[in-house]
Write a protein that binds this ligand. Structure first.
Ligand code: NAP
Length: 259
């Protein structure tokens, strides 16, 4: 039997630090008359950090599946705090919300401004092409690929480089020759500075995810004179309301609920 619908149910599309912080922020004042927090995780990692509030894990089954799920779970608002490069789930959520006239907010941190000398590219394939040109001129040809293992394919077949691949998954397949995995989450400036120096990195490939997490490596790279190739995020959905912080998202929700 289906559980009775809960009033004021908010769905957070998660999988990011920002989504976790938002869930914690909202859950701290969750009451039935205010809101009830449900976070959705894709289920990509075996031991995800569970945010406060209720959790569901796994895909919805496309736009139709999500539309049905929003209806069944009596969701009154969706806050999409997924990673900026996870464009599919955001497109699905925005369309499902539009179909049901459910309020949708996109929560994402401000993008990083590319500094002088950083090379901006559109995607991983272009980053690999740029790197191919750069590699012969690099002193040590040691490259940190801060991309996630699912995005390494275009870098296969690059000539004579040594690659350090950042991944939090120790079992992740790394489809590159001369590659070592770095099982270490992004740190602050000092940690990333130490890492880049010790590993004698002379080029960094990263994605412009924005926010504070991950910016340390870029600042450190800049300080050390490391070449930076920065991948632009996919085109953002046009139109939805946006917030950059959990506080702003909470204010949006409070206004919706008339608090
Ligand atoms: P994606 O390509 O946009 O989504 C692919 C499919 O995975 C979606 O169509 C959906 O399946 C399912 N999915 C994704 N996020 C979900 C969520 N939060 N809850 C339920 N189902 C979800 O996503 P992705 O790039 O694989 O990222 C997956 C998750 O990892 C996201 O939650 C994202 O926030 C997190 N993450 C991604 C990155 C990245 O670089 N892409 C980095 C850090 C964290 P259905 O169509 O079946 O609903």
């Amino acid at each position: 039997m289906m559980p009775p619908p809960t009033p004021g149910r908010v769905l957070i599309l998660g999988g990011t630090r920002l989504a976790y912080d938002l869930a914690a922020h909202l859950a701290s004042e969750a009451t039935p008359d205010r809101w009830h927090v449900l976070t959705s995780l894709a289920g990509r990692t075996s031991h995800p950090r569970h945010p406060p509030g209720e959790i569901r894990i796994g895909g919805f089954g496309g736009v139709d599946g999500m539309t049905e799920s929003l209806r069944q779970d009596n969701i009154m608002a969706v806050i999409d705090a997924t990673h900026r490069f996870a464009w599919q789930i955001s497109h699905h959520a925005e369309r499902a919300c539009r179909a049901l006239s459910t309020p949708y907010l996109r929560l994402e941190p401000r993008r990083w401004r590319a500094e002088r000398g950083w090379l901006r590219v559109r995607n991983e394939a272009q980053a690999a092409r740029v790197l191919r040109c750069l590699l012969p001129g690099l002193k040590r040809r040691r490259v940190l690929l801060a991309l996630g293992y699912q995005h390494l394919r275009p870098f296969r077949g690059l000539p004579r480089g040594h690659f350090l691949v950042r991944t939090l998954n120790p079992a992740a397949p790394i489809p590159l020759m001369h590659a070592r995995r770095l099982i270490q989450p992004p740190g602050d400036y000092a940690q990333e500075y130490g890492l880049l120096r010790r590993a004698r990195i002379d080029a960094l490939v990263a994605r412009n995810s924005g926010g504070t997490m991950g910016y340390g490596k870029l600042r450190a790279a800049q300080k050390l004179g490391i070449r930076v190739i920065l991948i632009d995020p996919p085109t953002a959905i046009r139109g939805p309301k946006r917030a950059q912080t959990p506080r702003q998202a909470r204010a949006w929700l409070a206004a919706l609920r008339g608090f």
